[in-house]
Design a protein around this ligand. Sequence first.
Ligand code: SF4
Length: 496
Amino acid sequence: MSAKTYEVRTYGCQMNVHDSERLSGLLEGAGYVRAPEDTGEGEADIVVFNTCAVRENADNRLYGNLGRLAPIKARKPGMQIAVGGCLAQKDRDTIVKKAPWVDVVFGTHNIGSLPVLLERARVQEEAQVEIAESLEAFPSTLPTRRESAYAAWVSISVGCNNTCTFCIVPALRGKEKDRRPGDILAEVEALVAEGVSEITLLGQNVNAYGSDIGDREAFSKLLRACGKVEGLERVRFTSPHPRDFTDDVISAMAETENVMPQLHMPLQSGSDTVLKAMRRSYRQERFLGIIEKVRAAMPDAAISTDIIVGFPGETDEDFEQTLHVVREARFAQAFTFQYSKRPGTPAADMEGQIPKAVVQERYERLVALQEEISWEENKKQVGRTLEVLVAEGEGRKDDATRRLSGRAPDNRLVHFTRPEGPVRPGDVVTVDITYAAPHHLLAEGPTRGVRSTRAGDAWERRNAAEQKKPAGVMLGLPTIGAPAPAPAPTAGCGCD
Ligand code: SF4
């Protein structure tokens, strides 16, 4: 009898992308196999929704998807549906009341229970709803099935001690809990031994790391320790909170070779009045001060951010302050959001909710300004020679034979001319930047060099295993451009 197949659908932030890799690892550990990419809606035997609770329509989207699966499940005995993530943590048994064909509901603190709950639901023919109030086990202790062969998320903390008034995370993911530095480094070393060359340290408030273990400099020490891991080429982290951005972290970034010159730091608003109403505990001057220090220490650093437009009470003057900071900070990229009410957050009940048309108008002005700045900042890259980590599935599908894509050290997307010889995702190419677009760079000339890496070997091994073809045939043209879903970049401390 062939193994049962599973499909995990991920919504929201990097934390959910990381958790979904654990959910896949758990299901494969329980003998399920991943349903092929081209599997039609509901053809998998197990469908798991790893939900996000941030956007107003997050609920509608979930119940819409569940509604579409009901008739399919009715025709497919043995099919099971599970719902996890932040919306499950918030809605709990409401989900099985609204969608009684759902078999399992599990929370953000007990993702490890999924296989057991699926089995219990099957045996007892009864829906299982199990939500833990606090973290049972660090998700990073669970088996994983990583999306990428050469890049990995490494969770260093879960939860958040802040209380931003627009955010539901603390209510759903709890207070901050830090992993022990030794556990993190052991995971990093194990990943590098498997061929991983790039890691992203993950936390709701990654630079607050240490507050739970009583060491305020634990994060900068961790960055420096990652600098000593042989074979680890690139270290990134997301997402820092401006308030916790201390000088020791900036020095550790500047002085540790494999920590990349790239920083994502959520601004949310440029107005001190709005920042106060958001309970963001920093003000415009401090934010710009950090940017200045980062640029002094790392002149080539690419800085991106998140901005919410239309927060309750935001006046035209407040919004002008946001535009002022955007002009001053010269972000490489900004994830911009129109404020949306999130039931259960203090901001949802605040006076001064802004009319949609006003929010839309401000949003368009902000996007236009940032688009201009992103392009100008990208134009400064023309003429530079950069090392690009060849990516999987980021390329333009229409000319995969002529062009490949990857990420520069500052995480800018680069499309480059395919080199004569073999190259694989995970390898590193050296290219000259010849053109800049608002959201990517081009290297149209011949590559200066290709460096085959252990990460490229890891990709080749994985691809061979997945295509059940012996290693070595991957050097053929068609496969290397093969699209693979890259996790959509989500902003901020994972969710706004
Ligand atoms: S926005 Fe970020 S820092 Fe603020 S409460 Fe949410 S997760 Fe925490």
